[in-house]
Design a protein around this ligand. Structure first.
Ligand code: PLP
Length: 427
C-alpha cells in the first residue's frame, strides 16, 4: 500500500513565494515576514507565541474583538447546519433575519439590505443600484458618478473610479467614464452646473475618510451635500465600510452626523471581521422603484454566489448580539474623550505634524524623510510589531490607530505609550 503523504505539521509556512500578498511590498515582507498565527480579544499571537496588542481592529473590522466565543460558536454551528444555499432563486432564514437587524440599526427609511462579500463589492453594488434606479424611473441619462478627492472606496473598477487615491488608479486604464471628484462640498454645485443635474446619478463619500489617514468630514460638509443632492435629485451614498458598526460611537456615522443618505455601504464590522460579508442598505423608495413589472421577472440583475452566505449571516447575527449585549457602540462613544486625550499626548514628539481623532480612531501624520514618502510610517509599523508588540497601520505617512471597541482604558494607555516609543525610534 502506498504510504499516506506526510502531514505538514508546521504552523509556520517555510515557503513564502507562492502567495502574492495584497497591498504589501512583497519582497520586503518575504525577507522579514510579520506572521500572525492566532488571536483572542485584544491580542494577536505570533507563531512563536508572542502576544501583540491589536491597535487596528484587524483592518477596521474586528470591532467586537477577536475570536469572541459567541461568534465562533455561531459559525461552527452554522457550518454543521447549512454550509450553503443558492443565493439566487432560493434563500435561507438567517439572511432575512440579518437584513431586518441591519435595517433596524440604520437611520430613517433605510429599510432594505442587499448582501455581498466585501466593501469593494458593496461600493460597486451601490453604484449599480444608483444607475439602475434612475433607469427604471425613466431618467436613464443620469449616468455620472461623483466621488471625492482622497476618497477610498475599495478596489473594484467602480470603487477606484470614484475613489481619489492616485496609486490605486494610475495603472488600471481609463476606469469608468463620466466620473468627477469633489474637493469640497460646495464644489458639487459647480460640478452640477458643468454637467447638468440631469446627467448625474449619485455622489459617494466616506463620512470619515479612513484609508487616506483619518479625515473627518468638516463641520457642515455632509448636510451641505445632502441639501445639494436633494435639490438636484441626485442620490447620496455614504460609504460606511469602516465607520459602520460603532467606530464613531453609533451604529452608523450617518446617525452621528445627523444626515440620512439614500444608501449606506457596509462590510467589515458586520461580522467583526470573522467571515467576509458586505452589503448596501437602501431607502424604501429605491427598493420600491424596482418592485414592478411582471412578478416572475428579476427586478435587479445583480448578485453574488456568496451573497448572504449562511456562515456570514450566522456570524453577523452573533456579532450584532454582542454589540447590543455589551453596548459596544455606547462604549466607543464613552471612551472617545479618553482616547483623544491619550492620542494628543503624542503631540510634540519628533516628526509628529498633526493628530486627528474622531470616535475610536486616531490619525498621526509624520514628517517624511527626504525622498522617501511613507517610509517613516512604514518603519514605525514594522518596529511596533517587532519591538513593541503592537499592531498599528501605516497609511502613507500617517499612523492610524483604530482598536476593537472592547479596548480597556489601560490598553489605550499602553497603545499610545508604545506608539510614542516607536515614533521616537523612527526619528
Ligand atoms: N470602502 C471603504 C471606505 C473602505 O475603507 C474599504 C476598505 O478599507 C473599502 C470600501 C473596501 O473594502 P474591502 O477591502 O472589504 O473590499
Amino acid at each position: 500500500m502506498p504510504s499516506a503523504p506526510a502531514q505538514r505539521a508546521t504552523a509556520v509556512p517555510n515557503d513564502l513565494e507562492a502567495y502574492w500578498i495584497p497591498f504589501t511590498p512583497n519582497r520586503a515582507f518575504k525577507a522579514a515576514p510579520r506572521l500572525i498565527a492566532r488571536a483572542k480579544d485584544m491580542h494577536y499571537y505570533t507563531p512563536d507565541g508572542r502576544a501583540v496588542l491589536d491597535g487596528t481592529a484587524g483592518m477596521w473590522c474586528t470591532n467586537a474583538g477577536h475570536n469572541r466565543d459567541p461568534i465562533v460558536a455561531a459559525i461552527q454551528a452554522e457550518a454543521a447546519e447549512l454550509d450553503y444555499a443558492p443565493a439566487f432563486q432560493f434563500a435561507h432564514p438567517k439572511a432575512f433575519e440579518l437584513a431586518s437587524r441591519v435595517a433596524a440599526l440604520a437611520p430613517g427609511d433605510l429599510d432594505h439590505v442587499f448582501f455581498c462579500n466585501s466593501g469593494s463589492e458593496a461600493v460597486d453594488t451601490a453604484l449599480k443600484i444608483a444607475l439602475a434606479y434612475h433607469n427604471v424611473r425613466g431618467e436613464g441619462a443620469r449616468t455620472r458618478l461623483i466621488g471625492r478627492e482622497r476618497g477610498y472606496h475599495g478596489v473594484g473598477f467602480g470603487g477606484i473610479s470614484v475613489g481619489g487615491m492616485v496609486n490605486n488608479r494610475k495603472l488600471f486604464g481609463a476606469l469608468l467614464a463620466g466620473v468627477d471628484h469633489l474637493p469640497v462640498a460646495d464644489e458639487l454645485e459647480r460640478i452640477v452646473t458643468l454637467h447638468d443635474a440631469s446627467t448625474i446619478a449619485a455622489v459617494i463619500v466616506e463620512p470619515m475618510a479612513g484609508s487616506t489617514g483619518v479625515l473627518p468630514a468638516p463641520k457642515g460638509y455632509l448636510p451641505r451635500l445632502r441639501a445639494i443632492c436633494d435639490k438636484h435629485g441626485i442620490l447620496l451614498v455614504f460609504d460606511e465600510v469602516i465607520t459602520g458598526f460603532g467606530r464613531l460611537g453609533h451604529a452608523f456615522a450617518a446617525e452621528r452626523y445627523g444626515v440620512v443618505p439614500d444608501m449606506i455601504t457596509f462590510a467589515k464590522g458586520i461580522t467583526s471581521g470573522s467571515v467576509p460579508m458586505g452589503g448596501v442598505i437602501v431607502r424604501k423608495g429605491i427598493y420600491d422603484a424596482f418592485m414592478r413589472g411582471p412578478m416572475h421577472v428579476v427586478e435587479l440583475f445583480h448578485g453574488y454566489t456568496y451573497s448572504a452566505h449562511p456562515l456570514a449571516c450566522a456570524a453577523g447575527l452573533a456579532t450584532l448580539d454582542l454589540y447590543r449585549d455589551e453596548r459596544l457602540f455606547e462604549r466607543a462613544h464613552k471612551l472617545e474623550p479618553r482616547w483623544a486625550e491619550a492620542a494628543m499626548s503624542l503631540k510634540g514628539l519628533p516628526n509628529v505634524l498633526d493628530i486627528r481623532c474622531v470616535g475610536l480612531t486616531a490619525g498621526i501624520d509624520l514628517a517624511s524623510r527626504p525622498g522617501e514618502v511613507g517610509k517613516r510610517a512604514y518603519d514605525a509599523m514594522d518596529k511596533a510589531f517587532r519591538e513593541q508588540d503592537l499592531v498599528i497601520r501605516a497609511a502613507g505617512e500617517t499612523i492610524v490607530l483604530t482598536p476593537p471597541l472592547i479596548v480597556s482604558e489601560g490598553e489605550i494607555e499602553e497603545m499610545f505609550a508604545k506608539a510614542a516609543r516607536v515614533i521616537k525610534a523612527v526619528a
